[in-house]
Each structure stands twice: as C-alpha cells, then as structure tokens.
Design a protein around this ligand. Structure first.
Ligand code: RIB
Ligand code: CA
Length: 310
C-alpha cells in the first residue's frame, strides 16, 4: 500500500492503522488540510511515533489551478490539533512524490494506491505517465459524495480543494473505489474509542487518542455529533476489509465550473431509462454503507496493536 495524504487528524489515524495492518511501502504528502510543510512534517512525526521506517516523499505545494485553501478550522493550524510532536529525527526521502508513486507502481506488484487528500499528486503522476492506472493493483480515494458535501453544500473537501486534479483522475482511471461522505459519515468514533486508545497507553495509541479527542470536539462544535467521522481511516479499512462495505459502480464526473457546484462529484445513479447515447460507463465503485461497528473496531484495534509490533 502507498498512501498519498494531507495529515490532517484523520489522515494521521489512517496512517497508524495502515502501518499496523498493511504493508505500507511509502507515504507521499500533498497540500490540503494545511500547507505542504505541515502535512509533510506531520507525516514524518507520525511515522517516527509509530516506530517504523516508512519513506516519506514530499509532493505538491498547491493545486493545479485552484487557489490554495486549507481546512485549518477543522484540523488546527499545524494540522494535528494541539498535539505536541517530538522533534523530528529524520527527513523526507525526496521532494518528488510523483516520481516515487510512478517508481513504486512500476516496481511493486499489485500495489494498492490510496489517496486521502486532494488529488494533485495523482493528477501530476497521470500527466507524467498516463499508463499509471494499468500498473496498479487498485486505486482508492477518500473523497467526493453522492449526497451532500461538507466544505460546501455540494462538494467534499478533497475534491473541492483541487477540482481540476480530481476531474483528470476520474476521467483517466477506468475504475477507482470512491470512499466518500456517503459512507464515512456513518463511521463515527467517539469518547469510548478515545478512552480505549488512551488506556492502551502506547505512543501511537496515545497520539490517536489526542487526535480523536480533537476531532470529537470539532464534530460536536460544527455538527452537534457525539462522534467524529475519521474519513481517511475508513478508506484504509475499505482497502483492507472490503467485505465490510457495500457499494455500487456508477459513472462519476467532477464539476469544475459550477457557481454552486464546483468540486461536486456528480454520481449518475440512474438505472435504465437512458437513451443509450454517449453515456459514460461506470468509472467508480461508490461506497454507500458499511458494517460500521466492525469498521470502528478495526480502526481502534489496528492502532492499539501497532506498538506491539514495534
Ligand atoms: O472531507 C474529508 C477529507 O478532507 C479528509 O481526507 C480530511 O483529511 C480532509 O482532507
Ligand atoms: Ca485527508
């Protein structure tokens, strides 16, 4: 597995779960929740706290065309809430995330590429090597929504932050798995999960507990929810345990021009009733439901088990 991410509170928990349960061969970072320096610093700190030597390659500092925005109101100014990170003991392996993604796609059999931030790096990789989709075992994104958005009423943040990149990715990948808000808003982690993580008492589980505490407060403030959607960790579990999820394949397009809909993933759920002319074939397996209790348990157990391997 190779994760492209913008840590980010939920990215961080996703990375810990992947380090624990997947063969994580590398991390690439992208501008998104916060700026590239923060997302990259955070990725290095997470790997260090997890006690593993996973390479980190820095990627795009801004979207292809869109203005650079952030989600610091959700993730905090540095991207990981108010967590005190240790001084870094290592640096990035390169500042060429795109080159690393392409090298790994060419050299690693059945590579699962998982993108849980804006799709800028993935679009740039496609531009450098259009054969990328054929070299992967699978491609999964946390992003989009068939239903309402989060950053706007119609758009989910990862797509909205770089709509041109997302449009390229959906146009050029014949098939991807879309772990969107439709399912991630059903997988909520709350105080019980925070306490389980905190009580486990390992560096990784204590970090996850602090991050989850931040996310639960934000979810309560913004949405009045008792639990927080840890979007990116749900995407990692969707790759590791696909049997826990239900989805359907649909044609999906990305809106880049709409005044009210820029960054929207337009999921064509029509069944039949088409005139059959120039219809786009399904290009995304869109997840709509999950065995939520089991997904939550997977995320928490993965993080708690992590240090046991350390
Ligand atoms: O909309 C949720 C997504 O946007 C997550 O990936 C979160 O980390 C932010 O990047
Ligand atoms: Ca993210």
């Amino acid at each position: 597995m190779l994760i492209d991410c913008d840590p980010g509170v939920d990215d961080a928990i996703a990375l810990l779960a992947a380090i624990s349960r997947a063969d994580l061969i590398g991390i690439t970072t992208v501008n998104g929740n916060v700026g590239i320096e923060h997302t990259t610093h955070n990725a290095l700190a997470i790997v260090q706290i997890a006690g593993v030597d996973v390479p980190v390659h820095r990627g795009a500092a801004r979207p292809l065309l869109a203005p650079t925005m952030d989600a610091a109101y959700v993730h905090g100014a540095t991207g990981l809430g108010s967590v005190d990170l240790p001084p870094l003991s290592r640096d990035i392996d390169s500042d060429d995330a795109v080159g690393f993604i392409l090298d790994m796609a060419r050299s690693v059999d059945d590579l699962q590429l998982v993108a849980v931030g804006p799709l800028t790096n993935i679009a740039l990789a496609l531009r450098r090597d259009p054969s990328l989709p054929s070299r992967l075992g699978g491609f999964t994104i946390m992003g989009g929504a068939a239903g309402p958005g989060n950053v706007t009423s119609t758009a989910e943040f990862n797509i909205w932050a770089d709509p041109e990149a997302a449009a390229m990715v959906f146009n050029e990948f014949p098939m991807l798995t879309m772990v969107g808000l439709d399912v991630t808003h059903k997988v909520l982690l709350g105080a019980a999960e925070r306490d389980r993580l905190r009580d486990a008492g390992t560096p990784a589980s204590r970090l996850a507990a602090e991050l989850l505490d931040h996310a639960v407060h934000v979810a309560s403030e913004i949405r009045g929810w008792a639990g927080a959607p840890i979007h990116d960790a749900s995407a990692v579990v969707a790759v590791l345990r696909p049997e826990l999820f239900d989805g359907r394949s649909h044609p999906v397009s990305v809106e880049v021009n709409g005044v009210h809909t820029r960054g929207m993933t337009v999921v064509d759920q029509r069944i039949g009733g088409r005139d059959g002319t120039d219809e786009q074939p399904p290009n995304a397996h869109v997840l709509f439901d999950a065995q939520t209790d089991q997904v939550v348990t997977e995320i928490v157990d993965a993080v708690i088990e992590l240090q046991a391997q350390g």
